[in-house]
Design a protein. Structure first.
Lengths: 192, 193
């Protein structure tokens, strides 16, 4: 009688030890480094690093979203980014939070080069290193790198930086969306 | 071969674990609100149930039976299931963070899904061999997934339809489940396993 109880206890103990070891091994083997969800969110953000969301850059904002923060704080990304984020996180898309700025048409900064005094202040302000130049030499903006965040306009002492709207070319042109009007099938939704 | 096919048909349709044997009703009611969550839960449960069925069979046959400790089967199976669930959770967390987010609390809840323990114990009662155990576990999970997804699709429609106030929410859900159960009883006599 006592031996069978002893055997039962020992077997259960051995089983628990083996399983515990297995789980311990798995915890090491499948350790999650960082937050993989934040990586996926970061890839969807426009990477302007403009800070309009109130975070120091796109990565910190992505981390805050991964922890359940609001997804509507990114003006450069606009509606399309919010939709993509809502898709990824399986939540309802929300309109852009006006507190953090409004969505603008795509712009790039252009330096009026003959007025530039070469102070390098805009180079220090640029979050994506899209401005080229050296001290006492004329600066210029690499148009394809510029995200249109307008952070360089403020520091320029001679106000020689303009924000220029990018004219739509054959790849970016779209129809102007129709103004939404109420149609017959909306009746139920409008009254509810 | 026919025998194995019969096990599958039997567990998925005729002796469906949820609607005929009434095991695993909590996730059936709890996770069926949205079709996507239901799919995720089905996948997780299928994986866990099959694996748990295999593991508990192995532990029972090669550890408990030779040592004459068959009276320990329930507590041992609970231990095995808990470990399998925990392991699955770690793997899912690593490989699919989104699925992990969707499943959330439901993944650990598989531990207390009575269908999982039910399958392990029924395998022993029916003297299933290894292959039969695998198929029995998989079939049970497939049956669970089938009715869970069907039920979730129905509940999504019920959610937008005009239900009398007294029946809204869980009440109409249970009524629907009962009707589904009646429908599945129609499969009775299809095979006798």
């Amino acid at each position: 009688m006592w031996t069978s109880i002893l055997v039962a206890v020992l077997v259960l103990l051995a089983l628990a030890v083996v399983f515990g070891g297995l789980l311990g091994f798995a915890a090491e083997r499948f350790k999650v480094e960082g937050n993989p969800l934040a990586d996926q969110i970061d890839a969807l953000l426009p990477q302007t690093q403009c800070g309009q969301c109130g975070y120091p850059g796109c990565r910190p904002y992505a981390e805050s979203i991964a922890e359940g923060g609001p997804i509507n704080k990114c003006p450069p990304g606009g509606e399309s980014t919010i939709k993509a984020l809502a898709d990824l996180l399986d939540v309802e898309p929300e309109p852009l939070d006006a507190e953090h700025g409004v969505e603008q048409v795509k712009q790039v900064a252009v330096i009026r080069e003959d007025e530039c005094i070469g102070c390098t202040k805009c180079i220090q302000a640029c979050p994506v290193d899209a401005i080229l130049g050296a001290a006492k030499h004329m600066h210029t903006v690499i148009e394809s790198e510029c995200t249109g965040c307008d952070l360089c306009v403020e520091p320029c002492p001679v106000d020689c930086i303009d924000m220029v709207t990018v004219e739509p070319d054959i790849r970016t042109w779209t129809w102007t969306p129709p103004t939404p009007g109420l149609i017959a099938t909306d009746r139920q939704g409008a009254s509810a | 071969m026919t025998e194995y096919l019969l096990i599958l048909v039997s567990t998925i349709l005729v002796n469906n674990f949820v609607l005929v044997q009434f095991l695993g009703l909590c996730p059936f009611m709890g996770v069926s609100g949205k079709l996507e969550t239901a799919m995720g839960m089905s996948l997780a449960t299928t994986f866990v149930l099959t694996l748990a069925s295999v593991c508990s069979y192995l532990v029972y046959t090669y550890l408990l039976e030779p040592l004459d400790l068959t009276f320990l089967r329930t507590i041992t199976f609970i231990l095995v299931i808990a470990v399998v669930v925990q392991f699955t959770e770690m793997v899912v967390h690593k490989t699919s963070p989104l699925l992990y987010r969707v499943l959330g609390i439901f993944l650990p809840l598989i531990t207390t899904n009575c269908a999982v323990l039910g399958v392990a114990l029924l395998n022993i009662n029916k003297n299933n061999n290894f292959v039969e155990s695998v198929l029995y576990g998989f079939g049970a999970a497939a049956g669970f997934s089938l009715v869970l997804v069907l039920f979730a699709a129905m509940r999504e429609r019920i959610a937008v339809s005009d239900v009398p106030v007294a029946f809204r929410g869980a009440a109409i859900g249970l009524v629907t489940a009962g009707l589904m159960s009646l429908a599945f009883l129609g499969f009775g006599g299809l095979v006798s396993v």
